[in-house]
Design a protein around this ligand. Structure first.
Ligand SMILES: [Zn+2]
Length: 504
């Protein structure tokens, strides 16, 4: 009974709020618009960065006053990408408006930064009006495996230009039967998620929350929208409220792990893909404009901060330095509750509700020491291919060698729940042995640009690595995790002269 009443209220809400005012922009029409923009102004050029599963072009707009990336020492590069989830259309619609607006009156912003804008990262999902790509994969859970052409195109784009500032644009569903049953729905027009993985540079994480978020909030609020940090769950939904995941397989943290100032934006959606698209687009445009303006205002400071954090990626590994391979959210006695904007359906008004069970603190649950290098047998072609998709710097052994290495033997393999998701749990024995390395074996030295990423991918106890199922897809490397088996990844603990050639 209660369920049908809730369903009825959802229907009434959809009718009351609803009305289709702006049609969705189809892929072919978007491409035609972008080509026209390209031809209309020297400030922008359009280049496809790849093709989707169904061979649709994934376009990127490069905005710059003068040559793109021509003033790399003074101007940061900003990357904004939208619609990784095909049924979250407002990001693309706002991106198209943002692009036109920048050509009209974006001179001041483009004086301070260069911009890469990807209006639609999942063109097949957009055409099919579905979250996932045409292979049925959730692209925003594919930034570890990079098995899909769409995520691979984004990472290649990122690696090519190494932007300092990144925004991944999404929508969250505010109206669901479950929420309506509670008598209130989430009411933030825009939620911004900052970096939460503790491996990422502390100065960048602090800047996100203490400087960037408030500066953006001020602008979006001035436009008349409700701006709030990205919250996941609710006391009665997940048994707790926390900020967005510490996982690195999403677009924000998957690119943030290179010490990038990266965010995820979640605009409010209610009902179908089309419902109130004009209002949703206006809301996203406000937030994306606020993002760009804030990046422009703080460009010099951000450039210096990200540069020095990235220089630290290349510093020698310090004795005792560790990778943080597992973390979760925990309560903070100083902040037991959080005041959340909701819309009260019984009294039909916006209000703020105090939610308990707030768990705002990320804490480390497991860390491991860093080796001098990871060595992978040349026969593990799938794993080597994965590291190459991430553009990890790799070398191939050209002559046999002996080395003392550490390896992991899996004594017991079970599972656990972390951040409300199943994760593998291993009882490991770390053994040290002198082994013979063969020509063709692959070496990834530390430090390198992927300093933070490598251990998270390769350490068996990592919550976000090659052994973890991702977005409901079983890991192709799960055989490494069999009880009694030995993980083929070797840890070289001391530097060694090896005969090597770089893999390009
Ligand atoms: Zn999304």
């Amino acid at each position: 009974m209660k369920k049908s009443i809730s369903g009825f209220i959802v229907l009434v809400l959809a009718l009351a709020l609803g009305g289709q005012t702006q049609p969705l922009t189809r892929h072919d029409d978007m491409m035609a618009m972008l080509r026209k923009l390209d031809a209309s102004s020297p400030l922008v050029s359009m280049t496809p960065i790849g093709r989707s599963v169904q061979k649709r072009e994934i376009p990127a707009l490069f905005f710059s006053k003068g040559k793109f990336a021509g003033r790399r020492e003074q101007k940061p590069i900003v990357l904004i990408f939208c619609q990784q989830h095909g049924d979250e259309a407002s990001g693309k619609e706002a991106a198209l408006k943002l692009a036109a607006g920048l050509l009209r009156d974006g001179q001041a912003v483009l004086e301070k930064l260069d911009l890469i804008l990807v209006p639609c990262a999942n063109p097949d999902g957009a055409e099919l009006k579905q979250r996932r790509n045409a292979n049925g994969r959730d692209l925003n859970r594919n930034h570890v495996l990079l098995s899909e052409p769409e995520t691979l195109a984004l990472h290649h784009l990122f690696q090519q230009w190494f932007p300092e500032i990144v925004l991944d644009v999404h929508e969250y569903g505010a109206v669901s039967t479950w929420w309506v049953g509670q008598g209130a729905v989430k009411n933030a027009d825009e939620m911004l998620g900052a970096l939460s993985n503790l491996n990422i540079d502390a100065a960048i994480r602090a800047f996100s929350q203490d400087v960037f978020y408030p500066a953006m909030k001020e602008k979006v609020t001035r436009d008349g929208f409700i701006f709030f940090p990205y919250l996941v769950g609710a006391p009665v939904e997940n048994d707790r409220v926390r900020f967005s995941t510490t996982d690195i397989d999403d677009g924000r943290q998957g690119l943030g792990i290179y010490n990038t100032l990266a965010f995820i934006l979640e605009g409010k959606r209610y009902g179908s893909v089309e419902n109130m698209l004009d209002r949703r687009t206006a809301t996203q445009l406000s937030a994306m404009t606020a993002f760009l303006k804030t990046a422009a205002e703080r460009g010099g400071e951000i450039l210096a901060m990200v540069r020095s954090a990235r220089a630290r990626l290349l510093r020698e590994i310090a004795p005792g330095e560790r990778a943080l391979v597992r973390m979760d959210y925990f309560p903070d006695p100083a902040r037991p509750t959080i005041a959340v904007p909701v819309f009260n359906l019984e009294e039909w008004r916006a209000e703020v509700r105090e939610w308990g069970r707030f768990e705002p603190l990320v804490k480390v649950k497991k860390s491991v020491s860093l080796p001098a290098a990871y060595i992978i047998p040349g026969s593990e072609t799938g794993l080597v291919a994965l590291l190459r998709r991430h553009q990890v710097q790799l070398f191939r052994l050209t002559a046999p060698a002996e080395a003392v290495v550490e390896r992991y033997r899996v004594l017991h393999a079970t599972g656990r729940i972390e951040e409300e998701s199943p994760k593998p749990e291993f009882d490991l024995e770390r053994t040290t042995a002198k082994v013979g390395l063969q020509p063709g074996d692959v070496v990834a030295w530390l430090p390198q640009r992927a300093r933070l990423l490598l251990p998270l991918l390769l350490e068996p106890e990592s919550s976000w690595g090659i052994l973890t199922d991702s977005g409901g897809v079983a890991s192709e490397f799960s055989a490494y995790a069999r009880e009694g088996g030995t993980c083929p990844v070797m840890r070289l603990m001391e530097k060694l002269e090896l005969s090597l050639e770089e893999i390009h």
